[in-house]
Design a protein around this ligand. Structure first.
Ligand code: FES
Length: 107
């Protein structure tokens, strides 16, 4: 099972994914600079990713609290919170891009 992640510089990375893990956790474990300030509680919006449009329809619809966070954090049409996406066989090959808001500013 894998995720295809496009980083802030447009480079593609293939990440090994584990069933039941949050996409945010997988991205963070690989060391990508994702803020994810609230640790997955759907309370910060800083784990935002842009899902490839072809994949968007395969994801469960966002809940109200996820939509609220996306609204407050400049979410676009294909934006999702990666902490609310749980890996499963159906998402094998999921393609997404780190959003600007999720990328930690270099110190
Ligand atoms: S980590 Fe805070 S909303 Fe996802």
């Amino acid at each position: 099972m894998r995720i295809i992640l496009v980083d802030g510089k447009g480079r593609e990375h293939e990440l090994e994914a584990v069933e039941g893990w949050r996409v945010m956790e997988i991205i963070r474990d690989y060391g990508f600079p994702i803020v994810a300030e609230c640790g997955g509680a759907c309370a910060c919006g800083t784990c935002q990713v842009e899902v490839d449009p072809e994949w968007a329809a395969k994801l469960h619809a966002p809940r109200e609290d996820e939509l609220d966070q996306l609204d407050q954090n400049y979410g676009g049409e294909w934006s999702r919170l990666s902490c609310q996406l749980i890996m499963s066989e159906e998402l094998d090959g999921l393609r997404l891009r780190l959003s600007d808001i999720a990328i930690r500013e270099a110190a």
